[in-house]
Structure formats: structure tokens, C-alpha cells
Design a protein around this ligand. Structure first.
Ligand SMILES: C[S@@+](CC[C@H](N)C(=O)[O-])C[C@H]1O[C@@H](n2cnc3c(N)ncnc32)[C@H](O)[C@@H]1O
Length: 269
């Protein structure tokens, strides 16, 4: 997998761009448009408006970025979010129950944002330096948003660049719920996969070691571990959950350790 090129088109982001290119072993370019490049296939672009992952070449589709202000996840918050969502039920969020959640596969932070919207404090762990940079950039922009509701939500999200397998194993019962959503190998033919998703997959790979997350998660959680899977995917680590919640395309597998109390952190919102 060729790493994406890092492009820096904003003077204040030069050192951040150089750091990311060095960690990733990627080339670093200044003041060019991804549309003018023939290769590699993807670019991480630092601009005045933030960081995004894009396909190179003239017909590049939309950029991938962590966007908690104008993105779909904020739209969902305003028009249709709530405690009825399957992720809320899986994690056990209720009016008086706001578990402290560790999202150990943070990605672009969409699921964590949903949980923080519902009043949960969320720790986010992400190991890919490029995905971490995209997510940190999205959180920074959201902290400066005009909408005070968004500012309050992201204040409940705390991001760290770590490998969860190691960090969780030494953090016994440190959080109420561990949430896992590792990458799953694409089964569609590559031409059918949206180019934006292809870019994200090219950045992260298949999380081939995902099975190892479950044992550490069961150490770190006090009450339950929740695993999001494609609907037909085998169980993580071949271990059957206590129960499942099934949706159209994905499902949540819940591994119960202890019953959640009737009231948990319900003064925080
Ligand atoms: C499918 S994405 C998660 C998407 C996320 N739930 C969201 O809503 O945006 C999986 C992410 O988990 C990260 N990941 C996988 N294994 C990890 C580990 N051991 N430690 C930290 N992050 C990990 C990958 O780098 C990838 O960014």
C-alpha cells in the first residue's frame, strides 16, 4: 500500500505536515493541488480550512474529513438522533445512565460524537497517525464552532493517539463501556466501493489484528463491551456475545460483564 502524499498549502501547518509525512514515511509537497498529481492515488491536504484526505487526479471526488459542524453526524443530531438509536441501546444510555465510554477504534469519531451528544463522556483511542490527525483537526474546528451545543458535545470527547490493545490491557475496569468498531475487509468489488471509503481503507488497511482487541476490552470495561460489525460478519475473536442488536446493514454485539446501575453519571449534561 503506497502511503498518501502529504500536501501543505497553508504556511501555519508546515510543521504539522512535516511531522505527519515523517511518521508515515510519505512524501511532503508544498503549494500544489491534488488534482494536478497522477500518483500516489491519495493525498492528505493541509489547507487554511483544515486537513482532508482526497483522491489525486483531475476527477477527484469529495474529501474525507472529520466534520462535526456541517457533517452528516451533526445533521443526525439535530434531525433524528436520540436515545432510541441502536448505538444508544447497545451502549446502555438512558435518561439517568450516561456511561463513561472508551471508543477504542475512534476512526473519524462519528460514533463517539453520537455518544457524546447523548451526554456520555467519551475517550477516543486511535492508532493511525493520519486518522488521528484528521480527527484531531475535526475536533479542533468543532471546539471553535459558532454552535454552543457542538462546543459542549466535543468538550466531552478526549482523544489520544495510542494502540488500544496495549493501553486497555493495563487499564483494568477503568471505563464503564468499551466500544469497538474495527475495519472489516471490503467485500464489494473495488469499483463499487465509494471512492471516499476507498481512500479511508487505503489509509488504515483491514485492522487484521482486530480479534486481539476483545480480550483487552473485556479487561478495561466495568459493565460491557459493545462491538459494531457488518450484519453478516463472523463474531469478533469467534466469541459469541451475550446478545445482539441487528440493523439493516450492521449489528451490535454486546458482551455483558455486569448489569448497568439505574443511575450513572446523570448530572453531567
Ligand atoms: C472503522 S474505523 C472506526 C469508525 C468510527 N467508529 C467512526 O464512527 O468514525 C476503525 C478505526 O479503528 C482504528 N483502530 C483499529 N485498531 C486499533 C487499535 N488497536 N488501537 C487504536 N485504533 C485502532 C483504525 O485505525 C481505524 O481508524
Amino acid at each position: 500500500m503506497t502511503p498518501p502524499v502529504v500536501i501543505c498549502n497553508h504556511p501555519e501547518q508546515r510543521s504539522a505536515g512535516a511531522r505527519l509525512a515523517s511518521v508515515m514515511g510519505a512524501s511532503l509537497l508544498f503549494d500544489v493541488s491534488p488534482a494536478d498529481l497522477a500518483e500516489p492515488e491519495f493525498a492528505l491536504l493541509f489547507e487554511a480550512t483544515g486537513l482532508s484526505l482526497m483522491a489525486t487526479g483531475p476527477k477527484a471526488p469529495g474529501a474525507v474529513r472529520a466534520d462535526f459542524v456541517s457533517g452528516a453526524v451533526n445533521h443526525r443530531r439535530q434531525f433524528g438522533g436520540g436515545k432510541g438509536q441502536m448505538i444508544a441501546k447497545a451502549v446502555g444510555v438512558q435518561a439517568r445512565v450516561k456511561p463513561l465510554v472508551l471508543d477504542a477504534t475512534a476512526g473519524l469519531g462519528r460514533d463517539a460524537f453520537v455518544l457524546a451528544t447523548l451526554g456520555c463522556q467519551v475517550r477516543l483511542f486511535e492508532r493511525s497517525p493520519a486518522v488521528f490527525a484528521l480527527l484531531a483537526d475535526g475536533l479542533d474546528r468543532a471546539r471553535q464552532a459558532q454552535d454552543p451545543a457542538v462546543v459542549a458535545i466535543v468538550a466531552r470527547m478526549q482523544l489520544l493517539e495510542v494502540d488500544s490493545r496495549l493501553s486497555m490491557a493495563s487499564a483494568e475496569h477503568s471505563v464503564d463501556v468499551v466500544y469497538l468498531d474495527p475495519m472489516f475487509p471490503q467485500r464489494q468489488k473495488s469499483a463499487e466501493v465509494k471512492k471516499e471509503m476507498k481512500a479511508f481503507h487505503s489509509l488504515v488497511g483491514a485492522d487484521a489484528d482486530a480479534d486481539e482487541l476483545l480480550a483487552s476490552a473485556l479487561v478495561a470495561a466495568r459493565y460491557r463491551v459493545v462491538v459494531k460489525r457488518p450484519r453478516k460478519a463472523p463474531d469478533l475473536a469467534n466469541r459469541a456475545p451475550s446478545y445482539r442488536l441487528e440493523g439493516k446493514t450492521s449489528r451490535y454485539d454486546i458482551y455483558t460483564l455486569k448489569k448497568l446501575p439505574d443511575s450513572l453519571n446523570d448530572t453531567q449534561e
